[in-house]
Design a protein around this ligand. Structure first.
Ligand SMILES: [Zn+2]
Length: 573
């Protein structure tokens, strides 16, 4: 028998537990002071036909075989027989019709060590000696019932000194199975900071204080609530540090309705942090509050759910002064640059939906494509209304229609809803969606789309090509390796075997800006070699060339265009 040190009985979060159709209880199992597993108990009423199917977590967020994290699966109940459902993540329970069933299992971490930077967020359950981090989709077994099925979750037996934070702790409203799955729960050596309705649970050390982090979130959240016309609602942010090799940086998160789970290395740059936080929080509205995503392969609508989220991240950050005009222009240009050079820029939406998780280029495409489609739609509404309205009026109308609908009616499919609300503004956007989102044609924006800020330049640009192997050269202690005899570095005089003084691979990346290297000469001294890092491949690029502002008024006009603040629409809100 395991020694389970369940010292403090701190049950919380159970809302009318007796009434819920699914009653979950989570108990951290601590052995010799170290967390070993999370025990889960699920009580439910078996189906009237005497057979109930229980589905274990399998795939979510690009992670697979999640059922491996579940062990010692046992069930008790009247007349119970447990049989396999023909796959490792399906269990069929046969029982007396309507019998009360108790399902028990343990969640353990089925991979080694602490979460590290490995190219994707660690969504799988994390159960470390001193803490846990659990996303609902990856940890909760469930009957194959409607997501609206009522549910309750309680936490028991937290060790002394441990903190718990979960967006399942709600004292006002009851939970549904959807809430349980769409959740994050952390416990252990997390620190929890509260500011109004916002809670932040973080562990590890960061270059900033917990309070400074909360302070950074506050104006972003206020900006979003103001835009959507909503009162601040309880929100949880969890912050999990990732172990990184020197020089690598990672930052990501996943929005979970009334929470987001955030993963980062402690060296993340400030500007990126703001962008990711704002993006994730906007997912509280996009897509869930403006339309329904497809049940199967929702990647096909990521151009809308992710692209529009990125569009509004930029727009609201500049509108509320959290980003300068320069910062938002840099962000927009970075998207257009990455899109121009994307190796998969013109793949169809069908290909994208099938290959989304297979490469980083695929992964980034719907964000780039969708942001540009949003910008195009914004521009078309502005033109059709002679500057009176823009995309804001469209997405706010989408939200209002759903807010006003009865709870019983499922929300309209997001794409059709968007098309309908665009039509109300006098713009038929369906042909654009077919060309740019479905067929993958290159999105080109009009030159005057952000006219108060400057011209959107369109032209051919050479791909960035350093002309030698940067990674291998660093590994070779700055002695050049892989100088391409056909490339720009060779033409400028660099050769294999030359030693250069300094090499920073994060510098440059723009083929129009010269690179300069200092070659160390045999007899001492250095020789500067400069060249344009221009490769043979050329692509069509769009870039906003920010003008020099004559006065604060013209700068404000640019900020208003980027921020979608056209005066008339905001006055009408
Ligand atoms: Zn997102």
């Amino acid at each position: 028998m395991r020694a389970v040190a369940a010292v403090v009985l701190a049950a919380c979060g159970a809302v009318s537990a007796s009434a819920a159709e699914l009653r979950y209880t989570l108990t951290p199992e601590v052995e010799h002071g170290a967390l070993r597993a999370i025990g889960v108990e699920l009580v439910l009423r078996g189906e009237d036909d005497g057979s109930t199917e229980i589905e274990l977590p399998n795939e979510w967020g690009g992670k697979s075989e999640l059922w491996r994290g579940i062990s010692e699966f046992r069930v008790s109940g009247d007349g119970l027989r447990l049989s396999d459902g023909g796959s490792p993540f399906l269990k069929t329970l046969r029982h007396k019709p309507g019998a009360t069933l108790t399902v028990r299992y343990r969640i353990t971490q089925f991979w080694q060590g602490e979460p590290t930077v490995n190219g994707s967020n660690e969504y799988r359950p994390i159960v470390q000696p001193g803490y846990f981090h659990i996303i609902g989709w990856t940890a909760f077994a469930r009957p194959r019932w409607r997501l609206a099925t009522s549910a309750s979750v309680s936490f028991r037996g937290l060790a002394p000194g441990w903190r718990l934070a979960s967006d399942l702790e709600h004292d006002q409203r009851s939970l549904s199975l959807a809430d349980v799955l769409e959740s994050v729960s952390v416990g252990g050596d997390f620190r929890v900071t509260t500011a109004g309705v916002l809670r932040v649970a973080m562990r590890g050390t960061w270059p900033f204080s917990d309070e400074a982090f909360v302070k950074r979130l506050d104006p972003i959240f206020a900006s979003h609530n103001r835009f959507w016309g909503d009162e601040p609602a309880p929100y949880l942010v969890t912050v999990l540090p990732l172990i990184a090799e020197a020089g690598s940086m990672s930052l990501g998160g996943t929005g979970l309705g009334d929470a987001f789970a955030f993963f980062a290395t402690d060296n993340m740059p400030d500007r990126e942090l703001t962008r990711v936080l704002a993006h994730e929080h906007l997912h509280s509205w996009i897509p869930r509050r403006i339309g329904m995503m497809p049940q199967e392969n929702d990647v096909s609508e990521y151009w809308l759910s992710e692209g529009f989220t990125d569009f509004y991240t930029n727009r609201l950050l500049v509108r509320d002064g959290l980003w300068s005009v320069e910062e938002v222009v840099r962000s927009l240009n970075a998207v257009m640059w990455a899109y121009a050079f994307s190796s998969v820029r013109n793949v169809s939406n069908t290909t994208l939906a099938g290959d989304f998780w297979k490469s980083q280029a695929m992964n980034e495409l719907p964000y780039q494509r969708g942001l540009l489609i949003a910008a195009l739609a914004d521009d078309k509404v502005r033109r059709a209304s002679k500057g009176a309205r823009d995309l804001d009026d469209v997405v706010l109308a989408m939200k209002r229609a759903i807010d006003a609908a009865s709870n019983a009616a499922p929300p309209p499919a997001i794409r059709g809803h968007f098309v309908a609300k665009m039509k109300e503004q006098g713009v038929d956007v369906s042909a654009d969606i077919a060309r740019f989102a479905e067929e993958g044609e290159t999105v080109l924006l009009p030159a005057d789309i952000w006219a108060p800020c400057g011209v959107l330049w369109t032209g051919e640009v050479a791909a960035f090509d350093r002309g030698f192997d940067g990674m291998k050269t660093i590994a070779n202690k700055n002695v050049l390796v892989g100088v391409d005899p056909q490339g720009p570095a060779y033409a400028a005089g660099l050769r294999d075997g030359m030693r250069i003084r300094r090499l920073d691979l994060s510098e440059g990346r723009d083929s129009r800006v010269p690179l300069t290297y200092q070659v160390l000469l045999d007899g001492g001294g250095v020789r500067d070699i400069s060249y344009l890092p221009a490769g043979k491949r050329k692509v069509m690029l769009q870039e906003l060339q920010l003008k020099t502002f004559a006065d604060t008024q013209s700068r404000a006009a640019c900020a208003a265009r980027l921020g979608g603040d056209n005066g008339v629409a905001s006055a009408a809100r």
